[in-house]
Design a binder for this molecule. Structure first.
Ligand SMILES: Cc1cc2nc3c(=O)[nH]c(=O)nc-3n(C[C@H](O)[C@H](O)[C@H](O)COP(=O)(O)OP(=O)(O)OC[C@H]3O[C@@H](n4cnc5c(N)ncnc54)[C@H](O)[C@@H]3O)c2cc1C
Length: 502
């Protein structure tokens, strides 16, 4: 029988739970990290963003985790951890495909959009090869002295005035854990929602609607090469960064495909599909569905001609979920446990790091004080507010897939907020507890809400006017010249800081 008695038990050893365990341990708390599976293991959620990187660096600085800081930029990751696989991410790229037709670039990029997130490779974002990254963090946690129990199936979670009693079973016998505080970092929220009776938001109230089919592949052609084959060098002449060194979004009718390239030859790719436009066919395997979708979009088929999956396909049901509470007096959920929307625009890693930073600061500043409960309630509200905000952005983008220029403008409400927050980080103006993507900024949210409602009905032929309205609406936040028709959907990196200070 394994027995542990600790201040803090963390269920789930993804990067979120593991980082929090390391922080708690560094601050002198006794902590247990509990995992159902084993590392290394496949995990989805691979594409970071500048805000994720700023938060990772802030966590490293605040809690003295010098070894963590290099992961915040592509250049320092490669220099310090060349054995851990990542991918280069210079920004976001989007291409709109028409059913049954090869993708053909248009003169004014009315079916393409590139938004740079960094000026060069050295300070670029990364795709995290989660199997290696998460395993590395867990090994760090163990080296820091965090008790780690893997292959642990928890079968009983009891909550009392004394805290939490967890009972589980491992291959070598039973395990019993007592903890004063419990964090659900399982990425599904089921562990804590059952004993606490937490309710879910009615799924019909969530705007985004998608299910996913995905895997890891080798042999995926570069989209840049497919474009050049199809339309010659002019097809990529305006790209400010290689469109594959990005979170590549390939948009189809009622869905989109993410394509994230790692430097070990593996590419993560998946379709996110509207379940009504693309219902699961009961007699079709995920692999057969994947092949059928590729066949209907010839340029995607071309990109995947030589591709082979290197692991079984995953096919999910509807992805969107959100609980109605994310923290209580002696428990907290990380964002991926409290809810999820979609991989669209890669918000998950950043949201998780914002939350880990908040909980870490709470552990450092307020844990034994009477204001802890109040701060935890604030933490829970922030997590849910940020998930709701991402749902609004994602759901509105999805509703505009049939009108690419309108959708491009809707994404600008994400990019304007992201770049505004990034510039505050870069210039040292951001407070340690700022909300993700201006989620707590009523002025920005109201303006976005107005534009989102317009977007649902605006005709593609009126997209120039809609873009002008958006540009006017977010003028005070538009630090990077977004929604400028002269840019023709190609937005380079812009910062008010000189290059040496970025
Ligand atoms: C299809 C899809 C695509 C995504 N793409 C992106 C993206 O491109 N960019 C991005 O930023 N985010 C993305 N996300 C979100 C991202 O996956 C999450 O934000 C991120 O993984 C959260 O990390 P975590 O450590 O909190 O949880 P997870 O990574 O989910 O890890 C949870 C851990 O808990 C363990 N566990 C589960 N149940 C139990 C249990 N009962 N007891 C003990 N252990 C348990 C699991 O084995 C796992 O190791 C995507 C999510 C999905 C579903």
């Amino acid at each position: 029988m394994t027995r542990l008695d600790c201040d803090l038990a963390i269920l789930g050893s993804g990067f979120g739970g593991t980082l929090l365990a390391i922080i708690a341990r560094t601050l002198g708390y006794s902590v247990a990290l509990l995992e159902r599976g084993t590392h290394p293991r496949f995990a989805i959620g691979e594409s970071s963003t500048p805000l994720a990187d700023f938060k990772l660096a802030a966590i490293a600085d605040r809690f003295g985790l010098d070894w963590l800081r290099p992961f915040a930029k592509y250049g320092t990751w490669k220099a310090n951890y060349p054995h851990l696989t990542c991918g280069l991410k210079r920004g976001f790229s989007f291409f709109r495909h028409d059913l049954g037709k090869a993708f053909t670039p248009t003169a004014h990029n009315t079916n393409a959009l590139l938004v740079a997130a960094s000026p060069d490779d050295a300070i670029a974002d990364t795709h995290w090869f989660r199997a290696e990254f998460d395993a590395h963090l867990v090994n760090r946690a163990i080296a820091e002295g965090v008790p780690y129990l893997d292959r642990l199936e928890i079968h009983s979670i009891r909550h009392s005035d004394r805290g939490w009693e967890l009972e589980g079973i491992r291959p070598d016998g039973a395990a019993s854990i007592h903890a004063g505080f419990l964090v659900d970092a399982t990425g599904n929220g089921q562990a804590l929602s059952q004993p606490l009776g937490l309710e879910s938001v009615d799924p019909s109230c969530l705007r985004a609607r998608s299910r996913a089919v995905y895997s890891h592949f080798v042999g995926v052609a570069r989209w840049h090469d497919v474009l050049q084959e199809t339309a010659g060098p002019a097809a990529t002449a305006e790209h400010m960064f290689p469109c594959d060194a990005a979170a590549l979004h390939q948009i189809i009718d009622g869905g989109w495909m993410w394509v994230l390239r790692f430097e070990n030859g593996v590419t993560s790719a998946g379709f996110s599909l509207d379940p009504e436009t693309h219902p699961i066919r009961p007699d079709e395997t995920p692999e057969a569905e994947w092949k059928r979708l590729l066949r209907t979009y010839p340029s995607l088929a071309r990109q995947f001609t030589e591709a082979e999956p290197v692991r079984p396909f995953v096919r999910t049901g509807r992805l969107q979920r959100r609980l109605t509470q994310a923290a209580g007096p002696n428990w907290a959920l990380l964002p991926h446990s409290a809810g999820f929307l979609d991989a669209w625009l890669s918000p998950g890693i950043a949201q998780t790091l914002f939350a880990v930073n908040r909980l870490g600061r709470l552990l450092a500043e307020d844990w034994r004080s009477p204001t802890r409960e109040q701060r935890l309630a604030g933490y829970g509200r922030a997590v849910l507010r940020e998930l709701a905000w991402v749902d609004e952005i994602t759901g509105t983008c999805f509703a505009c897939f049939d009108r690419f220029p309108v959708m491009a403008t809707v994404t600008m409400l994400y990019f304007a907020a992201a770049m505004f927050c990034e510039e505050r980080e870069r210039t040292g103006q951001a407070g340690p507890d700022e909300a993700f993507l201006l989620a707590d900024h009523p002025g920005y949210r109201e303006m976005a809400d107005r534009l989102f409602r317009q977007a649902l009905t605006v005709d593609a032929s009126d997209s120039d006017r809609f873009m002008a309205a958006a540009r006017h609406g977010f003028e005070p936040y538009n630090l990077c010249g977004l929604c400028d028709p002269d840019r023709r959907n190609m937005y380079p990196f812009v910062s008010t800081l000189p290059a040496s200070c970025r």
